[in-house]
Design a binder for this molecule. Sequence first.
Ligand code: VGL
Ligand code: ZN
Length: 211
Amino acid sequence: MLPPLTQRDILLVVDVQNDFLPGGALAVPDADAIVPVVNQLARRFGHVVLTQDWHVPGHSSFASSHPGRSPFETIDLPYGPQVLWPEHCVQGSVGAALAPALDIPQAELVVRKGYRRDIDSYSAFCEADRVTPTGLAGYLRERGFSRVHLAGLATDFCVAWSAVDARRYGFEAVVIGDACRAIDTGGSLAAAWTLMREAGVGEVSVSQLSP
Ligand code: VGL
Ligand code: ZN
């Protein structure tokens, strides 16, 4: 059991968007199973923030922006290695919309990320160049939150990078494992957990969260 949830705790719901759900452009296996879990979880937190992957057409993370490249290959971009993806979460598209079954009207903020053509942003805190902040750390700090619980998609990309960055910006970070699902390409899930453990990210299951 974790210490009880307080007014210093926030739930960060990562990228529960149509394109990551079954039938979407970058469907995460079994992703629809977490939606009711996340809805229930959100009722237990005093504060909830959502993220939304939000790319321009022709984004540099799309394989289609790199002639001859295919989705799930890794290439080197100026800021480092980048996995290439099918086109997904294009601004204003149905695929980029939050899942209709996501029922968290009480969410206080939606953080959009990945909106610069040449820089991806898995993390809700900092873009993939590792220097451009999204503003989320300042927002959470100014509001007095100190512990971030994470749920959503995908465990090995946007959830993991957000959790590691939460630690980097001085927050406690706890991934609610069974409220997330992974893409798991090229060993990415195991690698993400190694990085998260090294960064001091905790893991709990929904049932371990105190009421
Ligand atoms: C994500 C790959 C590309 C995620 C976003 O939400 O984990 N993964 N864009
Ligand atoms: Zn993306």
